[in-house]
Design a protein around this ligand. Structure first.
Ligand SMILES: [Zn+2]
Length: 310
């Protein structure tokens, strides 16, 4: 049996055909072209799913899982205007795709989908209490407690990037000031690098410059690691996980980032020093975590729970 995963992002839509073991049989992606609005984007998602469905007999297709940016309601399958998807004001994405494709379709937050993938197939295998954080264009996440994804009353739990770190900080698209995302996402790093270094460069390029001894780059990253450290300690305080798994483009900075975050968690968490430390680990599935997690959704316990509510 196979499932199809669709991962809707602000810049691209990724799709994958996945078998029962979670192995990707076929994967593809196209630009979202979000400016064209929801109708055009949903048509693209439908097209990708149909393309993949052609590779297996229809009786072997179990369903479609869709990962989308929040805010969204996992129970009704409605997406409520994510900042990077203009015009998505209460769009019934799950129902639209289910009708068009004629296959059971499950919608979840992209952070939850990636957390599911890391829990089942990646850095969180065998772990019951895990926090997944993705640091890329924005900052998102998923909370796994007692082996289950925790979605909250409306599906908006684990918006880790929108915890306020600095009440006087920059304005966030969510309306608050100083959210972690405005201070430490790939977008934030790029913006500050442009201001201070005078060049358009991503987080990895800034990290490379720091390795080469550039003091401005070092100072910039020190600040970013400091903000992320506070964010992670808050998360440890609230959820007491065994591991924190970090994915997304900014995680590719690698060791300097992970060493600093591990230090922050070890030093500043309200935990007994006699307890084993909360491990901060890189994600194993890389940028594919979202689409693989989406493909796992139709088979998850969550899917059977949702089937009971519809
Ligand atoms: Zn925010």
């Amino acid at each position: 049996m196979y499932t199809i995963g669709l991962d809707l992002g602000g810049t691209k839509i990724a799709a994958a055909l996945v078998d029962e073991s979670g192995t990707v049989m076929k994967a593809t992606e196209i630009p979202t072209e979000a400016v064209e609005g929801p109708d055009a984007v949903i048509r693209r998602m439908e097209y990708l799913a149909r393309e993949l469905a052609n590779h297996v007999p229809s009786r072997e297709l179990q369903g479609v899982g869709v990962a989308a940016p929040g805010p969204l309601n996992v129970r009704t399958g409605i997406v409520y205007g994510p900042p990077n998807l203009p015009g998505w004001d209460a769009i019934p994405l799950q129902a639209e795709l289910q009708d068009r494709l004629g296959l059971p379709t499950i919608l979840d937050n992209d952070g939850n989908a990636a957390a599911l993938a890391e829990m089942e197939l990646g850095a969180g295998v065998g772990v019951r209490d895990m926090i997944y954080i993705t640091i890329s264009t924005g900052i998102g996440g998923g909370v796994v407690l007692d082996g289950q994804i925790r979605r909250g009353s409306s599906g908006s739990a684990a918006e880790i990037g929108h915890q306020v770190i600095d009440v006087n900080g920059p304005v966030c698209p969510c309306g608050n000031r100083g959210c972690l995302e405005t201070l430490a996402s790939g977008t934030a790093i790029r913006k500050v690098a442009r201001e201070r270094i005078g060049q358009d460069m991503d987080a990895r390029a800034v990290a490379q410059l720091a390795v080469e001894g550039n003091l401005i780059a070092k100072g910039l990253l020190d600040e970013v690691y400091g903000y992320l450290g506070v964010g992670l300690v808050n998360v440890v305080q609230m959820f007491d996980p065994t591991v924190i798994v970090i994915g997304g483009g900014v995680a590719q900075i690698g060791k300097p980032l992970f060493d600093r975050l591990q230090f922050a968690v070890d030093t500043n968490s309200f935990r007994s020093p006699s307890l084993p430390s909360v491990k901060v680990l890189p994600a194993k599935l890389g940028t594919r975590a979202g689409v693989i997690g989406a493909a796992l959704l139709p088979r998850s316990r969550f899917a059977s729970m949702m089937a009971g509510t519809r």
